[in-house]
Design a protein around this ligand. Structure first.
Ligand code: 13P
Length: 246
C-alpha cells in the first residue's frame, strides 16, 4: 500500500509574512493526516518554513537544486546545502524550469543524481505540452523524459514522479481522472523497466490545476498516489481540503 503524498509548490510567491500565515493556517487545520505532506517554498523562505514546521506533520522541500555539490557556481544552491538545512525533498525538472531555463533531460538527470547523493528525496516532474498531446506524442514525450532522467542512475532512493501535463498547469484545465490514470498506469509500466526501481512502490503524483473540488476523483484512481499542487496550495483552507481528500 503506497501512502498518499500531497506536496505544495509555492513557486515564486510569498513573503515572510504570508509564509508565516500560510503555515500557521495549515498547522491549525491539519490533524493526524493520512497522507505525507510537504511544502516547497522559494529558497529564501526555506529556513523560516522549516522552523515553523519543526515537529509537525509537514515536511519541507526545495523547488530545484544544482547538479553540483559545491564550487564556483554563482547563484546555484547545492542539494547538500538543502539537506544540511533540514529539507527532505526537492522538485526536479519542473516544466517551468524546462521552459524558462532550458533544462534538458541530461541536466535533470545530473541534478537527480546529485540530490540522491546528498540524501534528498527527488520528485521528478514530467509531462507533455498541449501541442505534444494534440500531435499524439504525449506518451512518447513522457517515456523520453523518464528514460532521460532515470536510465543512468546508480541510486534512486525515495524517488517520486509527478506527472504534470503542461496544458493543465495554472490553466484551470485538469486532466480528467481517466486521462490522468491512463498516463500514470503507463508511467508505472515504464518504471518497471528501469533498473533499481520497484515500480509498485514509487508514488506517482498528479499535478495541474488540482483543487479541493477535483482532488477526490483524481485520488480515487489506482495509480494516482497524491498531488503536486501549485495555485491551490497558497490558500491554507483549500490545501487542507486537498489533503483531507487524500
Ligand atoms: P497549478 O496547481 O497552479 O496548476 O500548478 C501545478 C504545478 O505546476 C505544481 O508544480
Amino acid at each position: 500500500m503506497r501512502r498518499p503524498l500531497v506536496m505544495a509548490n509555492w513557486k515564486m510567491h510569498g513573503s515572510r509574512a504570508s509564509a508565516a500565515t500560510l503555515v500557521a493556517g495549515l498547522l491549525e487545520q491539519i490533524d493526524d493526516p493520512r497522507a505525507d505532506i510537504a511544502l516547497c517554498p522559494s529558497f529564501v523562505h526555506l529556513s523560516q518554513v522549516l522552523d515553523a514546521c519543526a515537529g509537525s506533520a509537514l515536511a519541507v522541500g526545495a523547488q530545484d537544486c544544482s547538479h553540483m555539490h559545491q564550487g564556483a557556481y554563482t547563484g546555484e544552491v547545492a542539494p547538500d546545502m538543502l539537506a544540511d538545512l533540514g529539507c527532505q525533498w526537492v522538485l526536479l525538472g519542473h516544466s517551468e524550469r524546462r521552459q524558462y531555463h532550458d533544462e534538458s533531460d541530461g541536466l535533470v538527470a545530473a541534478k537527480l543524481a546529485a540530490a540522491v547523493e546528498a540524501g534528498l528525496k527527488p520528485v521528478l516532474c514530467i509531462g507533455e505540452t498541449r501541442e505534444e498531446r494534440e500531435d499524439g506524442e504525449a506518451f512518447t514525450v513522457v517515456a523520453r523524459q523518464l528514460q532521460g532522467a532515470l536510465a543512468e542512475q546508480s541510486a534512486l532512493a525515495g524517488l517520486v514522479i509527478a506527472y504534470e501535463p503542461v496544458w493543465a498547469i495554472g490553466t484551470g484545465l485538469t486532466a480528467s481522472p481517466e486521462q490522468a490514470q491512463e498516463m500514470h498506469g503507463y508511467i508505472r509500466e515504464q518504471l518497471a523497466e528501469v533498473k533499481g526501481v520497484d515500480a509498485e512502490q514509487v508514488r506517482l503524483l498528479y499535478g495541474g490545476s488540482v483543487k479541493a473540488a477535483n482532488a477526490a476523483s483524481l485520488f480515487a484512481q489506482p495509480d494516482i498516489d497524491g498531488a503536486l499542487v501549485g495555485g491551490a496550495s497558497l490558500d491554507s483552507a483549500e490545501f487542507a481540503n486537498i489533503i483531507a481528500a487524500a
